[in-house]
Design a protein around this ligand. Structure first.
Ligand SMILES: C[S@@+](CC[C@H](N)C(=O)[O-])C[C@H]1O[C@@H](n2cnc3c(N)ncnc32)[C@H](O)[C@@H]1O
Length: 440
């Protein structure tokens, strides 16, 4: 079918939802902005400067009054300078999700992500830091952005075929060679395996110490139906059903080394995904938190204690650190991981509720919330409670921008802001903001 960009939205061509568009600026969510008859169209699967045939995701007749439409690129009529052969054949518009920039050169991905981050900060009104200086940096020794993903969630279809979901889709699609997953995950060859009946998803982990881990997830999965294939080698295996976790080999935990310290993490629990992320972020927090010796610190959204360990070294045995985490299992593991650091205590609680209930202040805070961010209320509470510094680790720049703007209004300033490409070949980035009192 030949698309005709000149036709009006009610035309037959648009009813087939095809258009030819030239795309420009990057937008949030890994898309790029194009215009059709004055209306903004957010296009995925393309790159800056390209002319592409797109399929509209909204019905233009039903959505005639919408401020913008969304579309996906089907054919590249004129490639942009940043386009390269995709690093992952099975990714792309009709392929697996989670590698939406696999067709864009790695340095260009970082340039584009920097532009998106800068624009989000500008729009949120962040004013205390020179925004144009923020550039997304590669993780150390990550030349090609491949083999970085140590946590992989596979989807399983009704016939037991293992793959990954397409973008915003329930379809399970083949993963092929999956160049983004860490070697130990790829070696499991889960894409070639047929999962037992009742398996809904599989979590595979390639930890930095000890064997890999496979957890089969399914409400009604029967652990007796699982026959461990040879290709899994010495990987630990567990089954998670509605009745809980049943280890089949190992104890449903994995082990991560950061510097000299070992952390035990639940096999389906949170740990930074990029193989270099935990070490890199620990170093950045270490150099920026500067919790005073003998002082106090909070590690909010603390997980299994990664940043509490850093804060504990800074405050020393005469100081105090509280790790606040909502997930009970993660909190228990934090206690175990940090048992040699008596200055650390843990609280299993919602972070905002916990901070709201505090009386008295704290010298320094590191927080690492999920994508939804800390929120304006928590930023206000921290603005009042923290005496010296806040280090905000973020995996979602839009909520980071909102939260930085909120705390600036309470008399704080952004003293430093760095961003890291910890999710290569996707549009996601990790940022670390260092906050100080504006008068200080
Ligand atoms: C991005 S992870 C960071 C974990 C840890 N800082 C690390 O680097 O390993 C976010 C953590 O916040 C926890 N969490 C999410 N929402 C929460 C809330 N409202 N209150 C407390 N913890 C929460 C999650 O369970 C998860 O462990």
């Amino acid at each position: 079918m030949t698309p005709d960009p000149e036709r009006a939205p009610s035309s037959p061509a648009l009813a087939g939802r095809l258009l030819t568009l030239t795309v420009g600026m990057p937008a949030a969510g890994g898309t790029f902005v194009a215009r059709h008859e004055g209306r903004v169209v957010f296009v995925r699967g393309t790159a800056p400067g390209e002319t592409v045939t797109v399929r509209l995701l909204e019905d233009p007749q039903e959505q005639a009054s919408a401020r913008f439409w969304r579309a996906e690129a089907l054919d590249v009529l004129e490639a942009g300078v940043d386009r390269v052969p995709s690093v992952w054949d099975e990714a792309g518009v009709d392929g697996v999700g989670g590698a939406e920039w696999a067709h864009i050169a790695l340095p260009a991905q970082r340039r584009i992500a920097s532009e998106v981050l800068q624009e989000l900060l500008r729009r949120a009104g962040v004013s205390s830091f020179p925004i144009e200086q923020v550039q997304v940096e590669p993780a150390p020794h990550d030349a090609d952005g491949l083999a970085w993903r140590t946590r992989v969630r596979y989807a399983v279809d009704a016939d037991g075929r293992v793959g990954m979901r397409g973008w915003r889709s329930h379809d399970v699609r083949p993963v092929g060679e999956d160049p983004l997953s860490a070697q130990a995950v790829r070696e499991l060859r889960l894409g070639e395996w047929t999962a037992p009946e009742g398996t809904e998803a599989i979590d595979a982990v390639a930890p930095s110490a000890g064997p890999a881990s496979v957890v089969l997830i399914g409400r009604d999965l029967d652990p007796d139906d699982v026959v461990i294939p040879q290709s899994w080698g010495d990987a630990d295996v567990a089954v998670r059903t509605s009745r809980g976790m049943v280890p089949l080999r190992g104890d449903a935990t994995v082990h991560e080394r950061v510097g000299e310290r070992m952390f035990t993490v639940g096999a389906t629990g949170f740990w930074q995904s990029h193989r270099r992320a935990a070490e890199l972020l620990s170093e950045v927090v270490e150099s920026s938190l500067r919790a005073p010796r003998g002082g106090s610190a909070w590690d909010l959204y603390g997980g299994v204690g990664l940043f509490s360990a850093v804060a504990a070294e800074q405050v020393g045995r005469d100081g105090s650190v509280v790790s606040v985490e909502g997930n009970r299992r993660a909190s228990q593991l934090a206690v175990q991981n940090l048992e040699d650091l008596p200055q650390v205590s843990t609280a299993t609680a919602d972070v905002t509720d916990w901070v709201r209930a505090r009386r008295g202040g704290v010298d320094a805070v590191v927080l690492d919330p999920p994508r939804s961010g800390a929120g304006v209320e928590l930023m206000g509470l921290l603005a009042a409670a923290v005496r010296q510094r806040i280090v905000y680790v973020s995996c979602e720049p839009s909520t980071l921008a909102r939260d930085l703007a909120a705390i600036e209004k309470k008399g704080w300033r952004v003293a430093d802001l760095r961003a890291f490409d910890l999710f290569p070949h996707t549009h996601h980035i990790e940022s670390v903001a260092v906050l100080e009192r504006a008068e200080g």
